[in-house]
Design a protein around this ligand. Structure first.
Ligand SMILES: [Zn+2]
Length: 108
């Protein structure tokens, strides 16, 4: 089995376990294949470059939330810390752009 298949399987499993909600912002995710920042992606809780593996290390997160963990911070904060940052920004309405919020509302 290739690692991309392992990742996809772990992601689907995580998504199901999380009830379709993002592990960071806890808002609903769009199905895989929906080319949107709100699409469900595999988030490696421990980054591969830090020695993380695929198995048991993958949570489901929006592409948006997943990428920003690495785009906004160097190095990326631990998952728990990042979740707190995201939650605060979601509460302040500063996490998602207006078009994304609209997309979320339409999907929910
Ligand atoms: Zn999210």
């Amino acid at each position: 089995m290739t690692s991309s298949k392992t990742i996809a399987r772990e992601r689907d499993h995580a998504c199901k376990n999380q009830g379709g909600y993002c592990c960071y912002c806890t808002l609903p995710m769009l199905p895989v294949g929906d080319a949107s920042p709100l699409e469900c992606t595999a988030e490696h809780l421990q980054a591969l470059c830090d020695g993380g593996t695929h198995r048991g290390n993958i949570a489901a997160a929006h592409r948006w939330c997943n990428q920003r963990r690495h785009d906004l911070f160097q190095p990326a904060p631990p998952p728990e810390k990042y979740r707190q940052i995201v939650e605060k920004q979601v509460a302040n309405n500063t996490w998602f752009s207006t078009p994304l919020l609209k997309q979320l509302e339409e999907y929910a």
